[in-house]
Design a protein around this ligand. Structure first.
Ligand SMILES: *Cc1c(COP(=O)(O)O)cnc(C)c1O
Length: 361
């Protein structure tokens, strides 16, 4: 049975001049639109009470299960305004399916792909005026999430769950043009282990990665690259982004999905378009030995991270307890070509050859 998201307009929407002020410099994750999508699941009744309604706080009981046991998953996606003012999503079914996979791992209920899409589309339609213009890589960031909403301290899967989508206008990740970032390779901390939750998009993974992030900040790095926890024999990913390496002989290498890595929609899209840019995509184990040797010898010519928020971020160098490795300055040619290729599709500047873009408004 598919859900009907009944629309209750916000009686006091933000005045248009304030919206325009926000859209002129939205930053990231700081401003929220007039509405949100919600639905409730109970073991007895399944999904029900679906609505697009005024944005506002939840009432949370101190014994609410998510506050204690972190039974929660989320998604991240964007709505893009094209030059003709139409509004589009990028591969939204992939986010819908990934939320199902993440939810299954955290013993949260499955939400049908069509219901997920109805919530996201309904919210984007209701808050279409909050989707910034396409100039400067701005977009409306969408945050679907689902959490245990039962008042109960027993340790078991919640029998009452809330699904919600909120939206937040997002500015360009790089305000002063794309700049390479330095990455800290943590030898102390891991974000995931075999059999753990690394492949699920759950808040707990982020909580677990924060300490390493701060270790990275202390070394002048903005992100952390995690190595597999047990054998330390393969590179995995960053706290919230996947990793790619470009080799001198034109390969585009990324760690294979091993159950400890989150499968990014951006990652999969880059693997698909790589041959169009003359790169041979490869997914396999990347050992730290090959990686550090390749950085030192120049076999690895470029490195970048990728994810919905920043699209593609060039990496200037890596630092660890053992030393520092620099990539050639101004060498991110393939990285920037991939970055532009993805953005061109998302903003409708080239034909959508892969059927990735869905019009909402
Ligand atoms: C969300 C996320 C990514 C990137 O996924 P996209 O679908 O490309 O945004 C990568 N790694 C982790 C841990 C993530 O949570």
């Amino acid at each position: 049975m598919s859900l009907e998201f009944a629309f209750t307009p916000n009686p006091a929407p933000r005045p248009q001049d304030e919206v325009e002020q926000v859209l002129a410099d939205p930053g990231f994750g700081a401003h929220f639109t007039d509405h949100m999508a919600v639905a409730t699941w109970t073991r007895a009744d399944g999904w029900h009470d679906a609505a697009i309604k005024p944005y506002g706080p939840f009432q949370m009981d101190p014994a609410g299960a998510v506050l204690h046991y972190a039974q929660e998953v989320f998604e991240g996606m964007k709505a893009y305004r094209h030059a003709d003012d139409s509004i589009h999503l990028f591969r939204p079914e992939a986010n819908a399916r990934r939320m199902q996979t993440s939810a299954a791992r955290m013993v949260l209920p499955e939400l049908d792909v069509e219901d997920f899409l109805a919530a996201v589309n309904g919210l984007v339609r209701a808050d279409a005026r909050w989707v910034p213009g396409s100039a400067g890589e701005r977009s409306l960031y969408l945050r679907p999430f689902m959490f245990a909403d039962e008042v109960f301290l027993g340790v078991r899967a919640a029998e009452r769950v809330t699904f919600c989508v909120i939206a937040s206008p997002a500015g360009p990740y790089f305000s002063g043009g794309v700049k390479p970032v330095d990455i800290w390779v943590s030898s102390t901390y891991a974000r995931a282990g075999v059999g753990g939750t690394g492949a699920a998009k759950c808040g707990g993974n982020y909580a677990a990665s924060l300490i390493a992030q701060y270790e990275g900040y202390e070394h002048g790095c903005s992100q952390v690259l995690f190595i597999e926890a047990a054998g330390k024999d393969r590179l995995e990913e960053l706290g919230g982004m996947n990793l790619f390496l470009v080799t001198a002989d034109g390969r585009l290498v990324t760690p294979a999905l091993t159950g400890t890595i989150l499968e990014g929609v951006t990652r999969s899209s880059i693997l698909t378009i790589a041959p169009e840019l003359g790169l041979t995509p490869q997914e396999h184990r990347i050992t730290p030995e090959w990686f550090f040797d390749g950085l030192a010898s120049g076999e690895i010519t470029e490195a970048f991270s990728c994810g919905t928020a920043a699209v593609v971020t060039p990496i200037g160098g890596f630092k660890s307890d053992a030393g520092e490795w620099r990539l050639p300055a101004n060498g991110s040619h393939k990285t920037l070509a991939l970055r532009n290729a993805i953005l061109d599709i998302q903003y409708g500047r080239v034909p959508d050859a892969h059927g990735w873009v869905t019009r909402v408004v």
